[in-house]
Design a protein around this ligand. Structure first.
Ligand SMILES: C[S@@+](CC[C@H](N)C(=O)[O-])C[C@H]1O[C@@H](n2cnc3c(N)ncnc32)[C@H](O)[C@@H]1O
Length: 409
């Protein structure tokens, strides 16, 4: 039986999230044709067998959460909502644990969050009176601390969804510390995929890997580098809400066959280079690399303190990356999230930074994440603009602008 899942994504990244699904799905479910996913604002909806839909939590790096839509009914008043909720079979997901409600309403008679919330709470309490959950189911559900139910009213229709993720998926579980203005992990993963899709040969897929050097001169805690290295790995550094669904305790539950995937431990030929003016950030990036298990081999990366305004430092780094270019061509990207100037002063304007990077060597791609209203040139030195990705980061409209080598250079 198929269920409807909603892959909630940051606004602006819906299309990219769909690409990620299409890219990873064949490996995830080889016997299953990928059903078409419908793009909606803020996410994708897709019908999948329940075990496959839940497994997406391990593999997809761009969504914020994965919701399971389990009820859709006409509802014009609060008593009806209470009635419906109290009579529904909640046993697969609910055994009396504390849940957070997320309510939204669009062109509906029901819009008062407090009243809706109260009807949901009372309905669940009434349900529990009718059907006392088994001790085992209670224990399982209570041993997890992040439960969310989404209740959406659209005109006269109510949709109830249970969150299968728990904490948002961008919290991967490997980070011990962050800097002042860290980039969310799911956004970092999106920038990697966007850059990868821009290459003529197609994305860096795990089945046709080629060597890639990735440089981030404002690496902070190292999100862009770490997320690149882990993009095709399942995220096993944390738990997910569905792993605590009471339905695991039910006889004949389809979840019984569900297993955590094993890490692929792909030995990808990435050479990761990160620098930051703050020594503390470099220490953090080192710790995060280690916690994420990506630096077994010290030759696969350089993490170093350095100032982008220091010419001698930039020349040294360029030599590290492109030194052997003549005998052994390097496929290198520089993708980065410079300070915007709100919490940390922006050391160079976008055009100045591009001029600086133009002098380093033959990048295949340069990508800058900056506020969308900062003007960037179409051409700089050997590079021309390739594409832009617009989305929101921390409530601010930002643009990731990609440059490629100019054909004549
Ligand atoms: C927006 S943060 C980058 C965050 C990073 N992507 C992460 O996820 O942690 C910008 C970083 O640039 C660093 N920075 C500021 N001025 C710099 C400079 N002149 N040279 C190199 N790094 C600099 C800051 O220390 C900060 O860590």
């Amino acid at each position: 039986m198929k269920e409807t899942f909603f892959l909630q994504t940051p606004p602006g990244l819906e299309k990219l999230a769909k690409k990620e699904l299409e890219l990873k799905f064949p490996g995830l479910a080889p016997q299953q044709a990928l059903p078409s996913a419908q793009m909606e604002r803020g996410g994708l909806s897709i019908e999948l067998p329940v075990t496959i839909g839940l497994t997406l939590n391990y593999w997809l790096k761009i969504p914020n959460r994965i919701l399971l839509r389990f009820a859709h009914f006409k509802c014009r008043d609060i008593p009806k909502l209470f009635n419906k909720v109290s009579k529904m079979d909640w046993s697969p997901f609910y055994a009396g644990q504390k849940v957070n409600f997320h309510i939204s309403s669009h062109q509906s008679r029901l819009f008062d969050d407090r009243k809706i919330s109260k009807a949901l709470e009372d309905g669940l309490a009434q349900y529990l009176k009718r059907q006392e959950p088994k001790e085992k189911a209670k224990r399982r559900a209570h041993s997890f601390g992040s439960w969310h139910i989404y209740c959406r009213f659209e005109e006269d229709w109510c949709t109830l969804s249970i969150d299968t993720s728990g904490e948002r998926l961008g919290l991967r579980g490997y980070k011990s510390d962050v800097g002042l203005a860290p980039l969310r992990e799911n956004l970092a993963a999106a920038l990697f995929l966007f850059t990868s899709l821009s290459e003529k040969e197609g994305p860096y897929h795990r089945d046709k890997i080629k060597a890639l050097t990735l440089m981030d001169p404002f690496c902070g805690s190292g999100s862009l580098l770490t997320e690149t290295a882990l993009f095709y790995e399942p995220n096993l550094f944390r738990n997910y809400a569905f792993e605590f669904f009471p339905s695991w305790e039910q006889k004949n539950s389809p979840l019984k066959d569900l297993r955590r995937p094993s890490a692929l431990n792909l030995d990808l030929p990435y050479f990761l280079v990160g620098s930051d003016i703050e020594n503390a950030r470099i220490t953090t990036a080192h710790q995060n690399f280690k916690a994420a298990g990506i630096i077994e081999d010290e030759e696969d990366h350089i993490l170093i303190q350095g100032d982008i305004l220091d010419k001698e430092f930039c020349q040294r780094m360029a030599k590290n990356i492109f030194g052997a270019q003549k005998s052994n061509p390097v496929h290198a990207w520089c993708i980065t999230n410079p300070p915007y100037g709100d919490r940390i002063k922006q050391p160079l304007t976008g055009p100045q930074l591009l001029e600086n990077l133009n002098d380093w060597g033959p990048w295949q791609r340069i990508g800058l994440l900056l506020p969308a209203d900062q003007k960037l040139p179409k051409k700089v030195g050997h590079y021309q603009q390739h594409s832009r990705l617009l989305f929101e980061h921390g409530g601010l409209k930002v643009a990731f602008t990609l440059y490629e080598p100019h054909p004549k250079s």
